[in-house]
Design a protein around this ligand. Structure first.
Ligand SMILES: [Ca+2]
Length: 420
């Protein structure tokens, strides 16, 4: 089924050429997150009026410590993670309560391990949150030796001001616990988690600068997992025989972007390249993403990790020589790496010509791009959003239809589209 709105050549031309009017509103607001139910997935495509949206931007929070991810409750309360602090909630009146942090919350995050790129990362609400109050968090943890990454489940109080009933539902997600010649500890942990329209939790992990991880059938690094709300393998996961049944796709480098395409529900991921080639990939159940940084002749591989030792030809992000059946990326910036981070599909007629398109945040590239995809999921055009340059770390569309942005500068923005 086609997932794109009707799109003419004229619309494509307009979306590529017209400047985006950008109004920075600034300041924290009170009562500025509107109520409403979270949009179900997949959403029907409302074509809106088809014009390129103008964007206005409000800064909702400042002075945060590494804000990483955002999720909303049905009343518009905004949960967010800070890498070194944990999980908090901002209410519609602008006040904040700490839910699971290393200071100031009733439930202490005593084992939160903020190190390198790891810490309190992805957050997702249970599809049945309205009745079970469950929230899920990806975190670096000192519970195990060596240290590891976990997915935990918490239950929030009715007033959303405290959490309890912690369960560690996915344990043993690899964590780089020692520095190596390739970089410090805590890198390449992945960390984005999202519920798919199928009701299962998708968990993105990273390669830890560990050569065998992405192609390992049993270790959970360099993967996208698909699990139940108890952390068990989701039924229907189709990785090859001998693989951990929680694995949905494998052969990834460091997935930090994850979103589901409206209409089809197909998961799309964004993952960092090394010294070349960031990728966006439409996932296929059980498939290989083609990253294999294991030691090999012909490359000078520090610590037996070849991830930085080659080129787009000798160490490709998608190695079609070794893995001819690997998933072809939807988009690459072949030749350079600009630190791709979060991805989020834009949904609703308020986005005009961008309805159904994929917002892609770049960290090193300090920009937000809007990708138009064809029915096969290939990127056929990229439009700059016009938002100010920053390291885009988290993207979540709120129940009010606006896009919420977490930046490495310690801010959370609300971006509101307007079409004429
Ligand atoms: Ca790949």
């Amino acid at each position: 089924m086609s997932t794109l709105m009707p799109s003419s050549a004229i619309l494509r031309l307009l979306s590529s050429c017209l400047p985006v009017l950008l109004v920075a509103c600034g300041g924290g607001g009170s009562g500025d997150v509107g109520p409403g139910e979270p949009p179900p997935l997949p959403l029907p495509i409302d074509p809106g009026n088809g014009s390129v949206p103008s964007l206005s931007r409000a800064t909702l929070m400042t002075g945060l410590s590494g804000p990483w991810d955002i999720a909303f409750t049905s009343d518009g309360s905004m949960l967010s993670t800070e890498k070194c602090r944990g999980l908090s909630v901002r209410f519609a009146d602008g006040t904040v309560a700490r839910l699971f942090t290393n200071g100031g919350s009733a439930l202490a995050a005593a084992d939160l391990n903020c190190e390198g790129q790891s810490g309190a990362l992805g957050v997702a609400l249970d599809p049945a949150f309205a009745t079970n109050r469950r929230v899920y968090l990806f975190m670096g943890s000192t519970l195990t030796t060596p240290r590891s990454n976990l997915v935990i489940r918490l239950v929030l109080a009715a007033d959303l001001r405290s959490a309890s009933q912690r369960s560690n539902i996915v344990t043993g997600i690899p964590f780089k616990h020692v520095a190596t010649p390739n970089g410090g500890a805590g890198v390449h942990s992945g960390g984005r988690i999202r519920f798919g329209p199928d009701g299962f939790l998708y968990v993105a992990t990273g390669d830890n600068h560990n050569g065998p991880l992405p192609q390992s059938p049993t270790l959970l690094g360099g993967k996208v997992l698909r699990v139940t709300t108890d952390g068990a393998a989701a039924p229907g996961n189709n990785a090859p025989a001998g693989f951990d049944r929680r694995i949905y796709t494998y052969g990834h480098r460091n997935v930090q972007g994850l979103s589901f395409r409206p209409g089809t529900g197909q998961p799309f991921v964004g993952e960092h390249g090394p010294n070349h080639t960031d990728e966006v990939t439409a996932l296929q159940n059980g498939a290989n993403a083609g990253w294999d940084p294991q030691n090999r002749p012909g490359l000078n591989c520090l610590d037996s990790y070849c991830g930085y030792s080659g080129t787009a030809t000798t160490m490709p992000m998608t190695d079609l020589v070794r893995f001819p059946q690997a998933m072809r990326p939807s988009w690459t910036n072949n030749g350079i790496s600009q630190g791709i981070g979060p991805v989020e599909f834009l949904r609703g007629g308020q986005w005009g010509a961008w309805n159904g398109r994929l917002a892609v945040g770049m960290m090193g590239g300090t920009r937000l791009d809007i990708h138009e995809l064809d029915t096969a999921g290939q990127s056929v055009g990229t439009t700059p959003s016009g938002l100010p340059g920053t390291r885009f770390r988290g993207l979540t569309q709120g129940p009010d239809g606006n896009l919420y942005v977490a930046t490495d500068a310690g801010e959370i923005w609300r971006v509101t589209p307007t079409t004429r």
